[in-house]
Design a protein around this ligand. Structure first.
Ligand code: WQD
Length: 349
């Protein structure tokens, strides 16, 4: 199949492209490279040995995007392009609604114009009500607590209306929990261009001395050790879920949501301990205050994806930590950063 991947040079998008190419599909990447690099496309081709076509296009640039739709008859679109920082969305809701919601509407206008009837959308667990009971099912109440999350919810609602009006249209909403890790080849992974918001990138920056000590946002929650609990899923497992969603979309119409998580909750302190143990390094951290807006516990019920997509995650938390650190070390070498890593039994490197 010929698949358009928006945001295909990004952290998750690039992993999805690798899985698509490994399955023998043709991939066209559209990315504005605002939070990714063209070098990632070279890496995708290096890892898979396959050619990839791409264009430096913003999905809100309808004219440029139409040239691509006119040139190729896509079978499906995997739509990951969009802004994804909770804190940034609070400061700049206009940009978030424009890029995420209007960008998606413009993309779908072209899909309809060029008879592309299938889309897999990168949604998020952040669409669930903060008080959702865990393990969270897809039928849980939808109510997000940030402008970012509300753009995801608005797009989901837009897709539900669209499939109600167009019976031959197929939409799969993939609600990501907490993707972490890197490609097992060690050649590709997350590369935050600004100060990382998320736990693992910040943890690794603290370990390598690129940033100050990791702050654990609270240890007074009603959890196993007081720190927040999340559903961490290996980015490769997440990417494989997109392939299963693509096949499901080609066989079904309508709008269906699926959780993509590991189905298991681990605490922040458990992740820190696991990371330190499997990589044999110390993680410098201290306990700080809770972060505003954080929910204590979030982990998925993944039985619907298992049943209808035939998908289940395989990678362990240990593998997520090993793969993430392998990639971080490669990044440090590429950036010639002398890591101030304290090895318990060895000297600082
Ligand atoms: C995880 C846990 C923090 C940083 C966010 C978005 C969500 C999705 C995934 C896009 C929490 C704790 C974190 C730190 C810490 N993104 N933490 N110190 O908040 O679960 O979800 O990313 O879809 O939409 O909301 O992820 O990695 O920020 O936090 O203690 O320096 O780690 O309190 O318990 P989160 P996160």
């Amino acid at each position: 199949m010929k698949v358009l991947v928006t945001g295909g040079a990004g952290y998750i998008g690039s992993m999805v492209c690798i899985e698509l190419l490994n399955e023998g599909h043709d991939v066209f990447i559209v990315d504005n490279f605002s939070n990714s690099e063209m070098g990632t496309i070279t890496k995708i081709m290096g890892i898979t040995g396959k050619m990839v076509q791409y264009a430096n296009v913003d999905i809100t640039d309808r004219t440029a995007l139409e040239v691509i739709f006119r040139s190729y008859q896509f079978d499906s679109v995997i739509h990951l392009a969009g802004k994804k920082s909770v804190s940034e969305s609070i400061e700049n809701p206009l940009q978030y609604y424009y890029d995420n919601l209007i960008g998606t509407v413009m993309l779908v206008q072209l899909m309809q114009q060029y008879d592309v009837q299938s889309i897999i959308f990168s949604s998020s667990a952040t669409v669930y009500h903060p008080a959702s009971i865990c393990p969270i099912q897809e039928t849980a109440t939808l109510k997000s607590s940030s402008p970012y999350g509300r753009t995801k919810l608005a797009i989901e609602n837009f897709f539900r209306e669209l499939t109600a009006a167009h019976s031959n249209f197929s939409v799969v909403l993939l609600r990501y929990f907490n993707p972490i890790g890197a490609h097992s080849s060690g050649e590709m992974g997350e590369k935050p261009l600004e100060v990382p918001n998320n736990l693992l990138p910040y943890l690794m920056d603290a370990v390598s001395g690129k940033r100050p000590i990791l702050e654990v946002f609270g240890n007074d929650y009603d959890t196993v050790d007081g720190s927040g609990v999340r559903d961490f899923i290996h980015v490769e497992d997440l990417a494989k879920g997109h392939i299963k969603a693509l096949y499901y979309s080609m066989q079904n119409t309508g709008c269906e949501a699926f959780n993509l998580g590991s189905g298991t909750g681990y605490s922040v302190l458990q992740l820190i301990d696991t990371f330190a143990k499997v990589n044999e390094i110390d993680v410098p951290y201290h306990i700080g205050l809770r972060r505003e807006g954080d929910i204590p516990v979030s982990f998925a019920d993944i039985s619907k994806a298992q049943r209808f997509l035939g998908w289940r995650p395989n990678k362990t938390l240990e593998e997520m930590c090993i793969d993430a650190w392998r990639w971080q070390l490669k990044l440090l070498k590429e950036q010639h950063v002398e890591a101030q890593i304290v090895f318990p039994s060895k000297k600082t490197v």
